[in-house]
Write a protein that binds this ligand. Structure first.
Ligand code: 1CP
Length: 345
């Protein structure tokens, strides 16, 4: 089975000749090919055009020669069939014109979604699988219930998540019902992506780090686990909970296969907290890619020396590629990680 993607072996905690590498947000505005596509179509139109999504990701995977292709899509369009009016404004990021703020909002939100409403995501998975070489994994993805709830409640991106936390604390039952609906909608999406050929899936909890561990345990973990339970046995799941290393022990109680680690704690410490049961993915600070090739190699080596020989280690950034990143710096990182394979252990 030489064609089996390295990422899948790592996710099963099997030894690999070198750690697999891919980068969160590896396609996007830092790539000229992507900007050329976006000159022609809006972001939402792009997300709804599987052929273009597959091409954008194939271009990125080709330029970087990474071991996995995450599908080109976004975490937020799933809010549309749930009843939210989503738009992406140039420069300002996502906007939801009818945010979720009170009990009466639950009645206008769909109880569940029909797979047909997001068939374009499944077609993107199938098309991406068709154009990406077999030895590279195709990763499906979705937002975690908390991170989706934060956009739905705030009406867009946020720094403090004040409305989200207020709703969560002052109306815990309403919060719980809303989180369950989000978890169930995400399950429909991820199960459909797996059925369409995704080798593994990643759940992005980009903003859960805004919470303290106790609150995460009470208001978030049960809903994340509800989602993970639906996915059990279908495909390996990577749960990426960013922003707060104090949440890692909480994440390590969930039934994911791998945990994503941001850059806010050392990979050595992260591996210690997580223990031997999970694959571990991360954790290079994305701003390192703004420096120079020598620094990039040195920082990559630091992580590889600490975790590169651990079964189940997957090299990645600690969060997405920044749009100011020179493409050749990302290419250099991938080269450096691949050369680690050849160095004697
Ligand atoms: O062209 C443009 O202006 C759109 C920019 C863009 C892109 C390229 C958005 C809007 N989404 C994406 C693609 C995307 N988003 C991918 C595809 C794979 C890839 O780029 O390689 C993925 C995996 C995501 C996931 C995503 N979207 C997350 C989780 C990851 C993370 O960075 O934490 C989040 C939080 C989003 C929301 C979102 N969508 C777009 C933007 C600008 C944002 C962030 C807004 C904010 O800061 O709140």
């Amino acid at each position: 089975m030489t064609d089996e993607p390295l990422l899948l072996r790592a996710l099963r905690l099997e030894p690999t000749p070198r750690p697999p590498i891919w980068l969160m947000r590896q396609a996007g505005r830092y790539m000229p090919e992507y900007r050329a596509v976006r000159d022609r179509v809006s972001f939402l139109e792009l997300c709804r055009t599987p052929r273009l999504c597959a091409q954008v990701m194939a271009d990125a995977v080709g330029a970087l020669d990474v071991d996995a292709a995450i599908i080109f899509s976004d975490i937020l369009p799933i809010l549309i069939p749930l009843g939210f009016d989503l738009d992406y404004l140039p420069g300002d990021g996502p906007l939801i014109r009818n945010p979720f703020r009170a009990a009466e909002d639950l009645s206008r939100i769909a109880e569940t979604i029909d797979p047909d409403q997001i068939s374009y995501i499944f077609e993107t998975v199938a098309e991406t699988r068709r154009v990406i070489p077999r030895r590279k994994a195709v990763i499906g993805f979705a937002g975690a219930p908390f991170t989706l709830a934060s956009y739905a409640v705030e009406g867009g991106g946020s720094r403090l998540f004040a409305r989200t936390k207020t709703l969560m604390r002052s109306a815990p039952e309403l919060w719980s019902r809303f989180m369950d609906r989000l978890a169930d909608a995400v399950a429909v999406s991820l199960l459909g992506q797996i059925a369409s050929g995704a080798d593994a899936v990643q759940i992005f909890d980009s903003w859960a780090g805004a919470l303290a561990p106790d609150e995460y345990r009470t208001f978030v973990a049960p809903h994340t686990e509800r989602l993970l339970t639906r996915l059990r046995g279908k495909a390996p799941v990577i749960y990426f909970c960013a922003g707060n290393p104090a949440l890692l022990p909480e994440a390590a109680r969930l039934s994911a296969d791998a945990l994503g680690i941001d850059w806010r704690l050392s990979i050595r410490e992260a591996c210690r907290i997580v223990g031997p049961k999970f694959a571990v993915q991360g954790n290079l600070d994305p701003t390192v890619l703004l420096t120079d090739k020598k620094t990039i190699r040195a920082e990559a080596a630091r992580i590889l020396n600490a975790a590169g020989r651990r079964p189940g280690f997957i090299f990645n950034l600690g969060h997405g590629v920044l749009k100011e990143t020179p493409v050749e710096h990302a290419v250099e990182l991938v080269r450096a990680v691949k050369e680690f394979a050849l160095s004697p252990s």
